[in-house]
Ligand binder design. Structure first.
Ligand SMILES: [Zn+2]
Length: 384
C-alpha cells in the first residue's frame, strides 16, 4: 500500500519531494511484542521481513532504513539500518539465491507469496524497476508499549516513503497450561539472544528440559539419551483441541549429544553439519522430528516437537483435553539433547504459519507469573 504523502510528493505538492515512489511490505504483520519487563513498560519487537519494492519507471537508491516504534503518534524509539548494511544484506540474499537456497528458506522469507509477478531481489542498493530490497530480522526495544511500527526508506535526497504496521501485545483466546508435569527449565524462549526469535514460525517458542531435585537435567555424564530426565517424560496437550498431525517413527539423535571430553568448537562443527543435513533434506518438518500438532480455537495450533520415537499415542482426528498425555519427550529431529520444543502458531502449515507469544495458566507463583510476563530462558516452571 502506498502512503498518501508519497502521492503528494509525486504530484509536486511538497517542496523537493522525491520523484519516485516505493512500496513497502512488512511480514508477518501485525507485529507482536515480547516482554522485557511489563512492570517497567519494556518490550521488544523483531520485524522479520521488510520488502522495499520499486515498481516505478526509474531506478531508486536505498541509502538506509529507519524503523520507529510509536504510541499515539509519539515516537518511543527508533533503529536504523545504514547504507553499508543495506548493501551487505542485498549481497547476502543475492548469493543465497545464486546457491539455490532461497526456495528452501521460504518458511522464513515467504518470498513465494511476498514477491509479485516479475519482481526480483536486487543484489545492491540501487533498485531498478521491479527490483526488491529484503531486510531481514530487524530488532528494537522500547520503553512503553508501542501501537505502531513505522518503516521509513531513506534515499540520497531524503526519505523515499514509509509504511505503518500495527504493534500489540498478543492476547490469545485459548487457555494453555504447561505441556509438562513437574519442574522444568526454560532453556530457550522468544528472548532476542536465542535462536527461536529469528525464525518466523518459532519466534516465541519454548525449549523445555526437565530438572531433578538437584536442578540438573541429567544423571551420569550425559553421554547417553537415557541419562536425561527429559527423555521419556510425559508430554501433555496444553489446551483442548483436535490432533491434526502426528509423526512417530523418526530416530532419536544419540549422535548429536556432545561426547564426554569433546572440545566445544569440535562439537559445534560436528553438530552444525548434522543440523544442516537435516534441514536441507527435510526442511522444518524434519527438524521437528517426531511431533504432534493440535488445532485449537481461532486457528491457533500448538506444536510439540522432538518427541521420543514410537512414543506418540494420538493420531489425526483425535479430540484431546488439556492435560491429556500425547507422547513422551525425546531428542528426534534437530535436537542436540533431549528437550521439548513447544510453540503456538497461527495455522497448520509449519512452513507458512507464524509463531505467537504464549502464556500458561496455573503455574506455581514465581517471579514471571507474578509479573504476568512471557517466559524466558533461565525461568523454572512447575504446573500447580
Ligand atoms: Zn526449540
Amino acid at each position: 500500500m502506498k502512503t498518501q504523502w508519497l502521492a503528494a510528493c509525486a504530484a509536486g505538492l511538497l517542496a523537493a519531494g522525491p520523484a519516485s515512489a516505493l512500496e513497502i511490505r512488512i511480514d508477518p504483520a501485525p507485529v507482536y511484542v515480547f516482554d522485557l519487563s511489563p512492570e517497567r513498560g519494556l518490550y521488544d519487537v523483531v520485524l522479520q521481513n521488510i520488502l522495499v519494492v520499486n515498481d516505478e519507471a526509474d531506478a531508486v537508491e536505498v541509502r538506509g532504513l529507519r524503523v520507529e516504534l510509536r504510541k499515539d503518534g509519539e515516537l518511543l524509539s527508533a533503529a536504523r539500518v545504514p547504507a553499508a548494511k543495506v548493501a551487505a544484506m542485498a549481497g547476502t540474499f543475492a548469493s543465497l539465491k545464486e546457491a539455490g537456497l532461497l526456495a528452501m528458506m521460504d518458511f522464513q522469507f515467504h518470498l513465494s507469496r511476498l514477491l509479485e509477478k516479475g519482481e526480483r531481489l536486487s543484489a545492491d542498493t540501487v533498485l531498478d524497476t521491479g527490483e526488491v530490497y529484503l531486510n531481514a530480522s530487524l530488532h528494537l526495544s522500547s520503553a512503553g508499549l508501542p501501537d505502531t511500527a513505522r518503516v521509513i526508506v531513506e534515499g540520497p535526497g531524503g526519505d523515499l516513503g514509509y509504511e505503518d504496521v500495527p504493534v500489540s501485545r498478543y492476547k490469545s483466546e485459548v487457555t494453555y497450561r504447561s505441556p509438562v508435569e513437574g519442574r522444568w527449565y526454560v532453556a530457550a524462549s522468544g528472548d532476542a539472544e536465542h535462536h527461536h526469535r529469528w525464525v518466523v514460525s518459532s519466534e516465541f517458542a519454548l525449549d523445555l528440559a526437565r530438572l531433578g531435585p538437584d536442578m540438573k537435567s541429567h544423571e551420569g555424564d550425559g553421554s547417553q539419551l537415557t541419562d536425561y530426565r527429559t527423555f521419556g517424560a510425559p508430554v501433555l496437550a496444553a489446551a483442548d483441541g483436535v490432533v491434526v498431525a502426528a509423526i512417530r517413527n523418526r530416530q532419536d539423535n544419540q549422535e548429536m549429544l556432545r561426547l564426554a571430553g569433546e572440545p566445544f568448537e569440535a562439537y559445534m562443527q560436528r553438530v552444525m553439519s548434522l543440523q544442516q543435513a537435516i534441514i536441507l533434506e527435510g526442511g522444518f518438518d524434519a527438524a521437528a522430528g517426531n511431533y504432534v500438532l493440535i488445532a485449537h480455537a481461532n486457528g491457533e495450533h500448538s506444536l510439540y516437537a522432538h518427541l521420543k520415537k514410537e512414543s506418540v499415542r494420538v493420531k489425526p482426528g483425535d479430540i484431546v483435553r488439556a492435560g491429556d498425555p500425547i507422547g513422551e519427550a525425546g531428542s528426534s529431529g534437530n535436537s542436540t539433547e533431549p528437550h521439548l520444543h513447544f510453540q503456538v502458531i497461527d495455522g497448520s502449515d509449519l512452513n507458512a504459519a507464524r509463531g505467537l507469544p504464549v502464556q500458561f495458566t496455573g503455574l506455581r507463583d514465581d517471579w514471571y507469573s507474578m509479573q504476568h510476563r512471557h517466559l524466558r530462558a533461565g525461568d523454572v516452571i512447575e504446573q500447580e
